[in-house]
Design a protein around this ligand. Structure first.
Ligand code: SAM
Length: 272
């Protein structure tokens, strides 16, 4: 436990601290911080990645929920004028407030990074997607299986709500996998680094993103059923066909474009 510097890892905060210098270097290289960047690190922990970000970023904000870690972070990095700690839950954090022009000499968009606790990864992504236009890119360490789901194409067994929503908002690239031994304590599963680049101009626009999300969630509540069955409370056969979707298909073979088209069609019918 030498690398934990006297701190006891808290399970409820998903604390698995990176200690493998080679992996940390690989992550920082993937982020490739520039001296004009405004970087936000979620869950800096004991500062394994933070250390390298402070060297390059024009501004670095870190959001950490564990109050025991705050004084350590302050002591380690507080002397850097571009560094600021926010003792806060990232799931409730208002990321827009970081772009207050009056105190922000850095770039006009945020670059978000984090070795994320597994239990908050999906809700956090959805929270971040609620700040369109604010984010340049995101680099996250997540459970490998979650990254595979995010990147999965239509028709693959991993394809579902998370794939569709992540790919609606951004380009998704799985960069590399990280074995359990790179962390202390070691998790039970493999991890992976994902890069998300939010689209400036989405390929297809949902008129009502909330409705689109609800439609996709409903479609996948019954994965094994036909789309006609799983969406029977939201769309009829005629509407499915109008959106170019054969009612006998399973939800997992229907593309992002088809789901958006259907959502827009249903929204249009509602407003008529
Ligand atoms: N970045 C460090 C590293 O790579 O060694 C720590 C990673 S550890 C997997 C996750 C970190 O996120 C911990 O420091 C934990 O306290 C913090 N954390 C957990 N839940 C959080 C939340 N809701 N908001 C902000 N930070 C959180």
């Amino acid at each position: 436990m030498k690398s934990l510097q006297g701190h006891t890892a808290r399970k409820r905060f998903g604390q698995n601290f990176l200690h493998d210098a080679h992996i940390i270097r690989q992550i920082v290289d993937a982020i490739s911080p520039k001296n004009t960047d405004h970087i936000v690190e979620i869950g800096p922990g004991l500062g394994a990645i933070t250390e390298y970000l402070t060297i390059d970023a024009a501004r670095l904000d870190v959001i950490e929920i564990d109050r025991d870690l705050i004084p350590r972070l302050q002591e380690k990095f507080g002397m850097n004028s571009q560094f600021q700690i926010h003792e806060s839950d990232a799931l409730k954090f208002n990321f827009a407030k970081l772009l207050d022009k009056s105190n922000n000499p850095a770039s006009s968009q945020l670059r978000i990074v984090g070795n994320l606790p597994y239990n908050i990864s999906t809700p956090l992504l959805f929270h971040l997607f609620s700040f369109p236009g604010l984010i340049e890119d995101m680099h996250f360490m997540l459970q490998k299986e979650v990254v595979e789901r995010m990147a999965a194409p239509a028709g693959s067994p991993d394809y579902g709500r998370l794939s569709i929503m992540a790919q609606y908002h951004s380009k998704v690239d799985m960069l590399f996998t990280v074995p359990p031994g790179a962390f202390n304590p070691a998790p039970k599963v493999d991890s992976a680094i994902v890069r998300l680049q939010p689209y400036k101009q989405p390929k297809i626009i949902a008129k009502n993103v909330k409705h689109f999300e609800k439609l996709v969630t409903q479609a996948f509540t019954q994965r094994r059923k036909t789309i006609r069955n799983s969406l029977k409370t939201m769309a009829n056969t005629e509407q499915l066909e109008h959106a170019g979707i054969s009612p006998e298909l399973r939800p997992e073979v229907i593309t992002l474009t088809q789901y958006v088209t259907l959502s827009n069609l249903l929204q249009q019918n509602n407003s008529n």
